[in-house]
Design a protein around this ligand. Structure first.
Ligand SMILES: [Ca+2]
Length: 344
């Protein structure tokens, strides 16, 4: 059975882009409605609920190191990971954690409990977008890999410079589905159809044994795997991607809309308020959280099956890691392209 919309579908008829892309390497995503979230996986994805999304433009691939370098050269932007942390904001933190640093996946040498993420996550001094694995590492030869170690503010600064925005969660998920609105994956209902790897994820026994069946231990050049139905690369796997929505349980989001409207689908819902996105039980401070999507090269069937469009995760806006990047979007009517666009 085909999952594509019929030609008579009004949303299909509205699929044509309204004009030329506002920037190079952007793809038109037609307006549509779909079941956002999933009732078949992790609790934070439920309940699946009906939403509508107006048409918009989105980057064909995540922002790369080469693109981010142009931004830094043009603006002098210094990422959060390159700055020492404000001791007053983290009164409980030890001094060694206040130096410029970021979170890096360091695979353990042997089997460890999957209940202890500190067995494979380390704060490494000197880790940042230019040094993805900490001091001594570099992005030489990885110019076309997704930029990583991005805080939400870093991603937003780039998007603003480029005359773009960060996508909402609904936009991101609708785009990731590639026209297969109810499929488990961005390409269908099987993770590895005919044994074929269709995204950069983790194969083997997480976290200590990565068989690299897909050819990549860490990030991969954008476009190394097939595009989805909208022609978008790396929506799934490679790196998690920031959205611009404050995190909220889907259930709370859905109920709030029902209470406010009494009916109907939410149109491009925007999640919580900044204050409501904070987890009061967090051991990492009362940090506002945004939604990240898409999973990464560290998502494994044996640990984290978040290599699906419905998957989502709350991420503190001050957090940067070696598997977190972003891509940009442009709504319609689109803002005037920035002068920086010619450099992309
Ligand atoms: Ca891989």
């Amino acid at each position: 059975m085909s999952r594509s919309r019929p030609e008579s579908d009004p949303y299909r008829q509205a699929a044509r882009p309204p004009g030329r892309p506002p920037h190079r390497q952007m793809v038109w995503i037609p307006a549509g409605s779909f079941q956002m979230g999933s009732d078949h996986h992790y609790p934070e994805e439920a309940p699946a609920h009906h939403v509508e999304v107006p048409g918009f433009w989105i980057d064909r691939a995540p922002v790369t190191n080469a693109q981010f370098l142009k931004f830094v050269k043009a603006t002098g932007h210094v990422t959060l990971a390159e700055l020492p942390a404000d001791a007053s904001a983290y009164p409980e933190a030890q001094m060694e954690f206040l130096v410029p640093s970021s979170i890096v996946f360091v695979p353990p040498m042997r089997t460890v409990s999957q209940d202890d993420p500190y067995a494979w996550w380390q704060y490494l001094p000197g880790a940042d977008w230019r040094h993805p694995e900490g001091r001594g590492s570099s992005i030489k030869g990885r110019e076309h890999h997704p930029v990583v170690h991005m805080s939400h503010g870093d991603a937003l600064a780039y998007a603003t410079w480029a005359g773009k925005q960060l996508p909402t969660e609904a936009q991101w998920e609708w785009a990731a589905r590639g026209g297969l609105e109810t499929a488990e994956y961005a390409w269908g209902d099987e993770l590895q159809p005919y044994g074929r790897m269709l995204a950069n994820t983790f194969q083997g026994d997480f976290p200590h044994h990565n068989t690299q069946l897909d050819g990549w231990e860490r990030t991969s050049p954008v476009g190394s795997f097939p595009a989805n139905g909208y022609g978008l690369f790396d929506m799934i796997g490679n790196v998690w991607e920031w959205t611009d929505d404050w995190y909220q349980d889907h259930g709370s989001n859905f109920r709030a809309h029902q209470a406010a409207s009494g009916c109907c689908s939410a149109n491009n819902p925007r999640g919580a308020t900044q204050e409501a996105s904070i987890d009061p039980r967090s051991q990492h401070g009362l940090v506002p959280r945004k939604v990240v999507k898409g999973g990464s090269f560290l998502c494994a069937p044996s640990y984290c099956r978040r290599y699906r469009p419905a998957a989502r995760m709350a991420q503190g806006i001050d957090t940067s890691t070696c598997h977190l990047g972003f891509r940009c979007s442009v709504p319609i009517p689109s803002p005037v392209p920035a002068a920086s666009d010619s450099s992309r």
